[in-house]
Design a protein around this ligand. Structure first.
Ligand code: HMG
Ligand code: MG
Length: 302
């Protein structure tokens, strides 16, 4: 086993989580969530996305949220930008990092960003160029790397192909995303290995939704390959409105519990993270979708 001593979590709850909520979440609640997450020790937070408000109305308050957060030095704030229009709007909000998001499946690319994989590269290339010229770090996300809601199985070669395209346009870091949480450890291994043909291990992260309860096992499989960066979502929030059947990301609390239990450092205070998850879950009038958070909250009551 080749386990890393330290892992960085990218908290995607405010973006991946709240983009998928039916009820409106006011900007002030999103801002407080970001505050609580950074207070818990998260060093990278995906705050919002600069996408079409007709497609994803939940993120229409992107500029307000970015303007409202109290930035801490040493914390990176990232946003999703699907095209130049989104990037130009995002630029005013001064993100530290932007994310272009493509798909390993043609059908999902069409459903999610309304263009083919090839067209998405034509859209992303000037975004990547402009971001890097402005000194903004560029991450890429590869949706459906472990399966597609429309096409089913996705061969690792297609993940490798997309990783090569992303690398070719200057993307600096790549996320292997299981959009609908259908993957399992062997598929993770194959998709990560295909990605590693184009990206260094230090520039690869895992983004696992937990629909079939495999996300922790998938995280461990990636860890064993040396991957040390993961997108996770507090209280297990998450899902993509254009991915039928997708549920939340792996809960940040569960991943922190796993890592700490293995002696792997995260810099995160699990109790404060549980508080952040409880805060947003209370607002949404439900229990946190995290086994570790549930256990710790029960213990507090007991
Ligand atoms: P389109 O309709 O093809 O774009 O959408 P268009 O260029 O033809 O423009 C049409 C209209 O959209 C115009 O407005 C534009 O101004 C507007 P109109 O003239 O009709 O009033 N528009 C925009 N408005 C605001 N911001 C923009 C923007 N671009 C165009 N950036 C587009 C193409 C990509 C914009 C659209 O398909 C879209 O917004 N898609 C986003 C879908 C999305 O956010 N999905 C969830 C995030 S991805 C995800 O969750 C997966 C991830 O977690 C990893 C994983 O789990 O797989 C990252
Ligand atoms: Mg996602």
């Amino acid at each position: 086993m080749n386990l890393p001593p330290r892992v960085k979590l990218v908290e995607v709850g405010p973006r991946d989580g709240l983009q998928n909520e039916k009820q409106a979440v006011p900007a002030s609640v999103k801002i407080e969530l970001v505050q609580r997450l950074q207070d818990a020790g998260l060093k990278e937070i995906e705050v919002t996305s600069f996408v079409s408000p007709k497609w994803v109305p939940q993120m229409a308050d992107n500029a307000e949220v970015m303007a409202g957060i109290q930035r801490l030095s040493g914390v990176r704030y990232s946003v999703l930008t699907p095209n130049l229009q989104g990037f130009e709007a995002a630029l005013k909000a001064k993100p530290d990092e932007i994310v272009v998001f493509g798909a390993a499946s043609e059908a999902f690319s069409q459903k999610n960003i309304n263009c083919s994989i090839a067209q998405s590269m034509e859209r992303f290339a000037p975004v990547v160029q402009a971001a890097r010229a402005a000194g903004i770090y560029v991450r890429g996300a590869m949706s459906c790397a472990l399966g597609c809601p429309y096409e089913g199985e996705i061969a690792p070669e297609r993940v490798g192909y997309l990783a090569g395209l992303m690398k070719g346009i200057g993307v600096q870091h790549i996320g292997v995303a299981d959009t609908i949480g259908v993957g399992s450890p062997l598929k993770v291994r194959r998709a990560v290995e295909a990605t590693l043909r184009y990206f260094d291990i230090n520039d690869v992260s895992g983004h696992f939704h937990d629909t079939y309860g495999q996300a922790l096992a998938n995280t461990l499989a990636a860890l064993e390959l040396g991957v040390w960066q993961f997108d996770t979502s507090v209280a297990g929030l998450g899902g993509c409105p254009y991915a039928k059947g997708a549920t939340g990301n792996v809960a940040s609390e569960d991943v922190v519990y796993l890592l700490h239990g293995m002696g792997i450092e995260t810099g995160i205070d699990l109790d404060r993270l549980v508080d952040a998850g409880k805060f947003i879950s209370d607002f949404l009038q439900r229990k946190p979708n995290s086994r570790a958070a549930t256990a710790l909250l029960n213990k507090r009551e007991g």
